[in-house]
Design a binder for this molecule. Structure first.
Ligand SMILES: Nc1ncnc2c1ncn2[C@@H]1O[C@H](COP(=O)(O)OP(=O)(O)OP(=O)(O)O)[C@@H](O)[C@H]1O
Length: 317
């Protein structure tokens, strides 16, 4: 069974503002404009796109916070708005602005309150908490009131809070934003481990390219409320024409007009001693071999296409 099953989902917002003394101007924004998406049990997807693309609006509809204008949505087989209470037991949510923790209580007290709220059997709860505490290093600050935690510590607490009832799917809105380097790493490693265990589907929205690179085998890219890519990062590179680049430092000058099959010379610098070639396909070996036969090489590097570049290109359309 698909854990998330969405077709032709739409959300329009109508805003009205003053235009002149008596007139009001009404504008309709299609924040989500026909999104279709299926997520399987245990699958992790990156749901990415530029600011204002419609990511948060989608997540709000998937979690029952917002009513869709049109389209079909099922999460764990339920209609999120109609079955919001039932759904809450089966999903976990970490949204930046909302906390599930009690600010004045030690972190561990929040966890035990959540156990009662969700009526999780004690042994099950303890086992899940142990796993989270170990992977996220919670023991150090479990006794600290939440208001005194750093942002990174709090995020580790939020992730734990969202998982203690054993949800089938976890929705994460920018879980690494603003975190210090170590917390970012801890959160990323944790999500990687969660993915490997395969019990929980994860929908991750992020602007962090390292999150995408390390965690998301599947990327759903949304722009202006529409899905513009659904596939792997490699497929994204291929679709948007990312190319590997070979940079060669030579012992002599690059012979003007020399051609290397399978690559195009894109720049010659340093008095002709540094040449940059962009590969036509993906195999660097033949190009490097042809180069070595043609010119005396001093040093050579092959650069992978940058994820920054491809994402920027996707966002520019
Ligand atoms: N309550 C609302 N009323 C009117 N317009 C809204 C409302 N919520 C969102 N929008 C508009 O809908 C569009 C999509 O917004 P949304 O927050 O879903 O984007 P996003 O992809 O999450 O962006 P970001 O990466 O900045 O969080 C934007 O144009 C936004 O201004």
């Amino acid at each position: 069974m698909m854990i998330i099953d969405v077709s032709d989902l739409r959300k329009d917002f109508t805003t009205s503002r003053k235009a002149g003394r008596f007139r009001r101007e009404r504008r309709t924004v299609s924040a989500v404009d026909g999104v279709s998406l299926s997520v399987e049990r245990g699958e992790l997807i990156g749901y990415i796109g530029p600011n204002g693309a419609g990511k948060s609006t989608t997540l709000k509809m998937l979690t029952g916070v917002l009513t869709p204008s049109a389209g079909h949505v099922r999460v764990c087989g339920l209609d999120p708005v109609r079955s919001r209470v039932q759904l809450a037991r089966r999903i976990g949510v970490v949204f930046g602005q909302r906390s599930q923790l009690w600010w004045d209580l030690p972190l561990r007290e929040s966890f035990s309150l959540l156990r009662h709220i969700y009526q999780v059997p004690a042994a099950e709860h303890a086992a899940r908490l142990r796993v989270c505490a170990d992977l996220l290093g919670l023991d150090e600050f479990a006794a600290t009131p939440v208001r005194q935690l750093s942002l990174g510590q709090r995020m580790r607490g939020e992730l734990t809070a969202a998982l203690l009832h054993g949800p089938e799917v976890l929705f994460l809105d920018e879980p690494t934003i603003g975190l210090d380097v170590l917390s970012k790493q801890a959160v990323r490693d944790f999500l990687g481990e969660l993915d490997r265990r395969g019990d929980t589907a994860v929908v991750l929205t992020t602007h962090d390219l390292a999150d995408i690179e390390k965690l998301c085998e599947r990327l759903v890219v949304i722009d202006h409320g529409r899905v513009v890519h659904d596939g792997s990062l490699d497929a994204l590179h291929a679709a948007y024409g990312s190319r590997r680049v070979v940079v060669a430092d030579l012992d002599g000058e690059w012979p003007a007009g020399l051609e290397i099959p399978g690559a195009a010379v894109t720049s010659v610098a340093a008095d002709g001693r540094r040449v940059t070639l962009t590969l036509a396909g993906n195999a660097a070996g033949e190009v490097v071999a042809a180069l070595a036969r043609a010119v005396p090489l001093r040093d050579l590097s092959v650069q992978e296409p940058e994820i920054e570049d491809v994402v920027a290109r996707v966002y520019r359309g």
